[in-house]
Design a protein around this ligand. Structure first.
Ligand code: PMP
Ligand code: GLN
Length: 382
């Protein structure tokens, strides 16, 4: 393994899901739904397969049907005008979008600011691109994790190339407010920074709505927005994602993407195009269902003795284990399956400042109600 990747080892999601299988535990670690997405969308994939659409290499930027559907989605939900021919690129999930964006935009030695704790592939991809990550830590503020805008401003240097944002934020569930996004946008314009924004949980915002930073003044020309069908339609195995942005930025990402995967997911692209066109009720019922599950798991975890941070979005709850008499989240998560048959993820792996993340543990609630109930009753026996 080269020096850039040394230290990254196995992802925590693979480690914890393997532990869940080995111990027969309830897996609230890795974030994937235990119920597949809509039947009609699965049928659309089968139809595409049968009709021979996408069984051979699809077009490099993605099939026109999906690029058009992404553009229509951005218009419908955010009033954003996106040209499907030049401003959309289909990727192998958001994971490839993140990798290709960083490889395309970051020069060796550039600094990339990321909100800490950050999704684990950010650190590895910044490293692969030869960049230096500059974490800005979200800290407990009442029952949520908050961003200190002064700390963000102070993190910008002459070497800063871009800010890598994630809202709604995994693993804390924080949703940046319009005022925070406006301040970040002003900073980006003032210091002439690019923004790559991971908005895969855009439809999982429980109070208020999602505001894409690309829609703020001065941001259209400097923002690359990342989305994924995995989260919105509960098909994490399909690996269909996309980026939108200016033709220049999208072309740059495509240059990197063509040598990573070239193209991907032919038939699934057609199915996701149909999924994006589902009526508003689909999106609202997904959100309402997950809000109820959030409330169920949050009150269960509180009753089991955890301190719970209330997620404003995503399908994750971050907890503090100190009220239970523990302080090392990694050790806690490694022994939890044996102690009570539940798997969770230690947030510390998403931190550079290990001391800031040590006592936090994340639980996923994109699971059936009876599974969540059973997990809570096991955790109460801790
Ligand atoms: N970004 C965030 C914040 C995520 O939580 C995930 C995880 N699923 C991804 C990106 C990756 O998305 P995909 O499965 O579409 O590659
Ligand atoms: N995004 C999911 C999570 O945060 C997992 C994705 C993965 O396993 N790479 O749990």
């Amino acid at each position: 393994l080269n020096r850039r990747l040394a230290g990254f080892g196995t992802t925590i999601f693979a480690e914890m899901s393997a532990l869940a299988v080995r111990t027969g535990s309830i897996n609230l670690g890795q974030g994937f739904p235990d119920t597949d997405g809509p039947e009609a969308v699965r049928e659309a994939a089968v139809r595409a397969l049968r009709e021979g659409r996408g069984n051979q290499y699809p077009p490099g930027p993605g099939v026109p049907e999906l690029r058009t559907a992404v553009a229509e989605h951005h218009k419908r939900w955010y009033g954003l005008g996106v040209d499907p021919d030049t401003e959309v690129l289909v990727t192998a999930g958001a994971t490839e979008a993140i990798a290709a964006a960083l490889l395309a935009l970051v020069e060796a030695g550039d600094e990339v600011i990321a909100l800490e704790p950050y999704y684990d592939s950010y650190a590895a991809c910044i490293a692969m691109a030869g960049g230096t990550r500059v974490p800005v830590t979200l800290r407990p503020d009442g029952d949520v994790f908050g961003l200190d805008l002064d700390e963000l401003r102070a993190a910008v240097t002459d070497r800063t190339r871009l800010i890598l944002l994630n809202t709604p934020h995994n693993p804390t569930g924080t949703v940046l407010t319009p005022a925070e996004l406006t301040a970040i946008a002003e900073l980006a314009v003032e210091r002439d920074l690019l923004v790559v924004t991971d908005e895969v949980y855009e439809h999982l915002v429980f109070e208020g709505g999602h505001l894409p930073i690309a829609s703020l003044p001065g941001m259209g020309e400097r923002t690359l927005t990342i989305g994924s069908a995995g989260k919105t339609f509960s098909f994490t195995g399909w690996k269909v994602g996309w980026v939108t942005g200016t033709p220049d930025m999208v072309t740059a990402v495509r240059s990197a993407k063509q040598f990573l995967t070239y193209v991907s997911s032919g038939p699934f692209q057609y199915a996701v195009a149909e999924a994006l066109a589902l009526p508003d009720e689909y999106y609202t019922s997904l959100r309402d269902d997950l809000r109820a599950k959030r409330d169920l798991l949050a009150s269960g975890l509180t009753a089991a003795g955890f301190e719970v941070f209330r997620p404003q979005g995503t399908y994750f709850i971050t907890t503090d284990i100190r009220p239970l008499g523990h302080k090392d989240g990694l050790e806690f998560c490694r022994s939890l399956p044996e102690r009570c048959g539940v798997v969770a993820v230690p947030n510390v792996v998403f931190y550079d400042h290990a001391e800031a993340g040590s006592p936090f543990v994340r639980f996923a609630f994109c699971k059936k109600t009876d599974v969540l109930d059973e997990a809570v009753s096991r955790l109460k026996r801790l």
